[in-house]
Design a protein around this ligand. Structure first.
Ligand code: GCW
Length: 681
């Protein structure tokens, strides 16, 4: 097992310097198996660089992990760090206990994965792990499953390219229709993921095209090769499959989930998968959505569809991630009873209790589609007898496409902390009891992994929130900064940290300010979803309307006079969203159609809010760009500095474009001038 160091690829949050505190010390690693060997290799590599030592004690050679004040002596007589797998722990729990006493820092893990997570936690603490005594702290992930989905195509798609909604170059797995020949990068990725706690990955797009469909059968060896690289880091590989596979791959004339031949085909095919990849994670399925095949074609329900795959996977411990992103994308604007926001609930809530235990219903965090601001999906509260997983989008499809700084942890904290019944039970708790947290990855073969170097923080934050949903977004950012950037001898102490916080802490709200206002969403260019086009989707069948006219704007989703979507929430929130008086400002236009003169809780009218926020958003980006330019040379890597600088230039250009188009659009619709007389074209 070797730990890769890639010469021309940025080390993200695991540069060799991050391991200094561990690498300078004397470490004992106790335990067996591939994950323990991974931890050993990590420590050994750090020691080679920083001068420490490491010794391995296989569990079979010792009794319990060496305890208390008396760790076994090594060549040099003592250890500073002991990493051990407990004999009594729950190996499937991924947790560990960390303590420091009598000059020894001890990690005692539930199982081998916990040992690896414990090591990465010590790395995160750095020198602080070896300072004052620490009473025993328990670390256990809130979510058993912490997963990233890749929307990577094996063969580049004519429109979507190698990675659908990818803003970081090509796929790290696939290229020109084949598995890449050099997969070193995948191992480097596995380390990054494991270090922030991620333990599952799907390796192909949920839109399964012809070449990708073959991964399940003829090209299974490709998946096995990837699984072999993720395995040492405790990450299971999953595959997106096509519901029509029994027809397209199996030669049957139907994919009807209740047909015995179809069931047998899935069972046979799945058994073969496990014959090749014994720790295979399971299937991800997008069915009856945006043109993907599904059970509706046979008059069957989504529970019927999911269960046939679940039954095939169950004997091997696999799961189906069945996506709830099912809606009618051929809508007629005149039909005000069809509301895309309602769709997931309308399709799935009636099926509660009908899914097998190994089905995770994967629900996007908002009812529409990863917009900058949406209410939390009502589905989370509606399916108590179903294992629900929360799906987030780390790739910034609608949040600036990794050309804009947009630190998403504050948005995700809001989703995870949301209490559908306002009684202490949160979305994080629902996900923890169900299918965990899932996110669409933002990684590609870009030198900085994520196009925008600062977008690395989003992937890191996703992993940390899946482990510990209550972690504060600014604290996570500090962790990421400490790991990623080596303290520099030059410049004011902490200048870089302060600059990064200034750029990132409120960047999601800044982005919101200069784009679509008050929760209305979209207004992006159709197709690529970048940049402003207020009416781009207004005259299309996708169902993402804003209904702006000369009198007002917004979608009436009340029960009283609108689509009734507000009624999908438990009463405490249904009443808030239904009421024009109580609805939070930031979601006003999601739930209500109001005149431009409507006064917000903030005290300004809707139209003035639109003008004010758009000017303020551009000012914030101007300020961020200036701060970045002023960073003294040498404080960060030159290439990274240049890349962020270029992206900030583009962000500023684009923010101005948004400001001007939105302001002019609403000025022309409403005829109401800006109270402060600023320039509106
Ligand atoms: O946000 C939309 C994207 C599609 C994507 C779809 C989905 C993979 O525009 O590119 O398809 O969501 O989540 O399935």
């Amino acid at each position: 097992m070797t730990v890769p160091e890639l010469a021309d690829v940025h080390a993200a949050w695991l540069p060799p310097e991050a391991f200094q505190a561990v690498g300078e010390r004397h470490t004992l690693v106790c335990g067996d198996g591939p994950l323990v060997r991974t931890a050993l290799a990590e420590v050994a590599q750090a020691c080679r660089r920083h001068g420490g030592t490491v010794r391995h004690l296989p569990a079979s050679m010792g009794d319990d992990p060496p305890a208390g004040d008396d760790p076994p002596t090594g060549a040099d007589g003592s250890f500073d760090l002991v990493l051990a797998v407990s004999r009594t722990g729950r190996p499937d729990h991924d947790g560990f206990e960390l303590a420091r006493a009598a000059g020894v820092t001890r990690v005692v893990a539930d199982g081998p994965a916990g040992l690896l997570y414990g090591l990465f936690h010590v790395v995160r603490l750095g020198a602080a792990a070896f300072g004052a005594d620490r009473p025993a702290e328990q670390h256990r992930p809130a979510m058993r499953r912490r997963m990233v989905n890749h929307w990577d195509n094996v063969a580049a798609h004519p429109v979507m390219g190698q990675v659908e909604r990818g803003y970081s170059g090509g796929s790290i797995f696939w290229r020109d229709g084949a598995l890449r020949t050099d997969l070193t990068r995948v191992t480097a990725y596995a380390r990054l993921l494991a270090s922030c706690g991620i333990n599952a990955v799907s390796v192909n797009n949920v839109n399964v095209h012809a070449t990708e469909a073959l991964l399940l059968t003829d090209r299974l060896e490709d998946v096995a090769a990837i699984a072999a690289l993720f395995r040492p880091y405790g990450i299971r590989v999953h595959l997106s499959v096509s519901f029509a596979a029994p027809v397209t791959l199996g030669g049957l004339n139907t994919a009807d989930p209740l047909d015995a031949r179809v069931r047998a085909w899935w069972a046979r095919t799945t058994a073969r998968v496990y014959g090749t990849i014994p720790d295979f994670g399971g299937y991800v399925v997008k069915a009856d959505s945006e043109g993907q095949p599904g059970p509706f074609a046979y008059g069957r329900s989504h529970a019927d569809g999911a269960n046939v795959l679940a039954d095939a996977l169950a004997p091997f411990g696999g799961v189906v991630d069945w996506r709830a992103f099912v809606y009618n994308h051929r809508q007629d604007w005149r039909d005000r009873s069809t509301d895309r926001a309602r769709a997931a609930y309308d399709h799935f809530a009636p099926l509660d209790g009908e899914f097998r235990d190994n089905v995770h219903l994967q629900v996007k965090h908002g009812p529409i589609d990863f917009q900058t601001r949406e209410p939390v999906s009502p589905v989370f509260a509606a399916m108590p007898a179903t294992r629900v997983a929360v799906e987030l989008q780390v790739t910034q499809e609608y949040t600036g496409q990794q050309r804009h700084v947009c630190y998403l942890a504050p948005m995700w904290s809001g989703v995870l902390g949301f209490e559908p019944w306002r009684d202490g039970r949160s979305v994080a708790g629902i996900a923890a009891a169900g299918g965990g947290l899932v996110a669409v990855s933002n990684v590609g073969d870009d030198r900085f992994w994520t196009g925008h170097p600062l977008a690395q923080a989003n992937l890191y934050a996703f992993g940390r929130l899946a482990w510990s949903p209550r972690l504060d977004a600014a604290t996570i950012l500090d962790e990421w900064i400490d790991l990623t950037f080596t303290p520099s001898a030059t410049g004011e102490p902490d200048l870089l940290r302060r600059t990064l916080h200034a750029l990132m802490d409120d960047s999601w709200q800044t982005y919101e300010r200069y784009t679509a206002p008050l929760g209305i969403g979209f207004m992006v260019r159709p197709g690529d979803h970048y940049g402003p086009d207020v009416d781009g989707y207004e005259y299309s069948p996708w169902g993402t309307y804003h209904f702006a006219d000369r009198d007002g704007v917004g979608v009436d989703r009340t029960r009283a006079s609108g689509t009734g979507f507000a009624g999908q929430y438990p009463p405490a929130w249904a009443a808030v969203y239904e009421s024009l008086e109580d609805c939070p400002d930031e979601l006003l236009l999601f739930f209500h159609h109001v005149p431009y003169g409507h006064v917000l809780h903030s005290g300004v009218t809707v139209i003035q809010h639109i003008y004010d926020t758009h000017f303020a958003g551009v000012e914030a980006v101007t300020g961020a760009r200036r701060l970045w330019e002023r960073l003294p040379a040498g404080l960060v890597d030159l290439a990274l500095h240049a890349r962020v600088g270029d992206r900030l230039d583009e962000q500023l250009r684009c923010a101005r474009e948004w400001r001007d188009q939105i302001n002019t659009y609403f000025f022309r619709k409403s005829g109401v001038p800006d109270a402060r007389g600023r320039r509106i074209f």
